[in-house]
Design a protein around this ligand. Structure first.
Ligand code: CO
Length: 169
């Protein structure tokens, strides 16, 4: 495994639409392993392949127990409810903003071996699914946030962080 460089929002790669993964081979497995290591080192909540410069539809998300969810070619098949809360991104360091997301999301995807999986997430996990899948379509949270959170605001009242500790995705 190896650490990969996380691209910054100014990189045009982060604004492109990713292609589907077609080969579930060693190259994909290396990519997913590297993404896990890179995500762990950055102490983030999720990471999408374009953030490490690969324009393919693959994401890694930390689940509620701290394990990794690997999703290849993920598609949101169901979304219910609404939540607004703080969001950050490893490609947009030092910033955060309020983004409206569904409260509960079901995703169909494939695992690293091409087998179909279905995962349902609520709350923070639903937010992470939406955030990472947006990356695959070249969309960053800053493109859809309803407002930015400024650091002095967090210090003042702490209300900006409804999900507890903020994590980059
Ligand atoms: Co992100």
């Amino acid at each position: 495994m190896a650490l990969r460089n996380i691209l910054n929002e100014s990189d045009p790669i982060l604004h492109k639409v990713c292609r589907p993964v077609e080969k579930f081979d060693g190259r994909l497995h290396r990519l997913l392993d590297d993404m896990k290591e890179t995500l762990a080192a950055a102490e983030g909540a999720g990471l999408a392949a374009p953030q490490v410069g690969v324009l393919r539809r693959a994401v890694i998300i930390i689940d509620d127990e701290g394990g990794y969810i690997e999703m290849v070619n993920p598609v949101i098949t169901q979304a219910e409810g609404s939540q607004d809360g703080p969001e950050g991104c490893l490609s947009v360091p030092g910033r955060s903003g309020i983004v409206v997301r569904p409260e509960r999301v079901t995703v169909r995807a494939q695992n690293a071996h091409g087998e179909p999986i279905e995962v349902t997430g609520e709350g923070f996990l639903a937010r992470a699914f939406c955030h990472e899948i947006d990356h695959l379509d070249g969309i960053l949270y800053v493109d859809k946030m309803v407002r930015e959170i400024f650091p002095d605001e967090e210090e003042e009242d702490g209300e900006a962080e409804t999900d507890g500790e903020e994590e980059g995705e």
